[in-house]
Design a protein around this ligand. Structure first.
Ligand code: BG6
Length: 303
């Protein structure tokens, strides 16, 4: 009853008739569902997590695990988790949540906008007692997602405190693919990367990326667009970015996937994470009152 009342109230405040509706999603978690002439999409308030984007010209672009947990204390497995203010484990604090605390935090909606073919959903979260338990900084984080013929993800951090801060961030995007062993990720030939499967050794990419074993890499100094080619789904996805210096490429492969309770059997083959990010030595430093905006634009076309 409580959840239903909350969802109804959120819908009254932030819904747009026939275009954007707040409803109860999986596990009773509130989500906003958008539909326009150009696309449909879904986003949970839990973690400000985008779980679906389907341009009218294509099938679903994002992967979501059939075994994802849907509760307010776990991150959703799939879609676009937001990693902030650290990536992976927090240095020197093994008890801190992996990939930071905002992917399992309730975010708040801001007014929804509509321009005819695209809908922009905005959510924000701020520092509070729950974040200060892990990180002392004062901040405000706004996430603006535009669902249209392209998917635009903009993460904007303001340092609202009196001290400079340093943070990592990633839009941990799970792309749905037909067969990960057949995909190509183009655009990183000759770039340096840190290999997380090999003690973070720095290596050089030779040619396009193919996936034939566990892959967990941080590509450095990569501000330019990348392409994901998927022969099984006959499509090419272009990922352009702004104010992002690193790209993480991740697929757990067979063994790691089998140990993940929230990934369905064999589903490692249907996903590749290509993460617009600023991590490792390329973390962001921000003075008091300063703002940093990281943006990813995703487009899909037939092969
Ligand atoms: C990737 C990391 O971005 O996320 C991997 O590079 C990690 O090391 C993966 O295993 C999944 O993380 P999690 O916390 O969602 O299981």
């Amino acid at each position: 009853m409580g959840v239903v009342a909350t969802v109804a109230e959120l819908d009254r405040q932030f819904g747009i008739p026939n275009i954007a509706k707040v409803v109860e999603g999986n596990g009773g978690l509130p989500k906003i569902v958008v539909t326009t002439a150009a696309a449909s999409g879904e986003m949970y308030l839990h973690g400000a997590h985008v779980t679906s984007w389907k341009p009218t010209s294509a099938d679903e672009v994002l992967f979501v695990s059939s075994k994802s947990r849907w509760d307010d204390s776990h991150a959703i497995r799939g879609g676009v988790p937001i990693c902030f203010p650290w990536f992976g484990d927090k240095a020197g604090d093994p008890k801190a949540p992996a990939h930071g605390f905002v992917r399992a935090k309730p975010w708040q909606l801001e007014p929804t906008a509509h321009d005819g073919t695209a809908v922009t959903v905005s959510m924000f979260t701020e520092s509070d007692d729950s974040t200060k338990k892990w990180w002392s900084a004062d901040f405000r984080l706004v996430y603006r997602v535009t669902f249209g013929s392209e998917l635009v993800l903009e993460l904007m951090l303001t340092n609202t405190g009196a001290l400079p801060l340093r943070f990592e961030e990633a839009l941990h995007t799970y792309h749905r693919v037909g067969d990960v062993t057949r995909i190509l990720v183009r655009g990183l030939d000759g770039f340096q990367y840190l290999d997380k499967t090999d003690s973070l050794r720095e290596k050089t990419q030779q040619g396009d990326i193919t996936i034939n074993s566990e892959t967990d890499r941080v590509y450095l100094n990569t501000q330019h667009p990348l392409e994901l080619e998927d022969p099984a789904l006959h499509r090419r996805t272009r990922i352009a970015k702004e104010n992002s210096s690193t790209t993480v490429i991740w697929n757990p492969w067979i063994q790691k996937a089998a140990a993940m309770a929230d990934l369905g059997d064999g589903e490692w083959k249907q996903m590749i994470c290509i993460e617009t990010s600023n991590v490792s030595g390329l973390a962001v430093e921000l003075g008091p009152g300063q703002q940093h905006n990281m943006k990813a634009t995703i487009q899909v076309a037939g092969l």
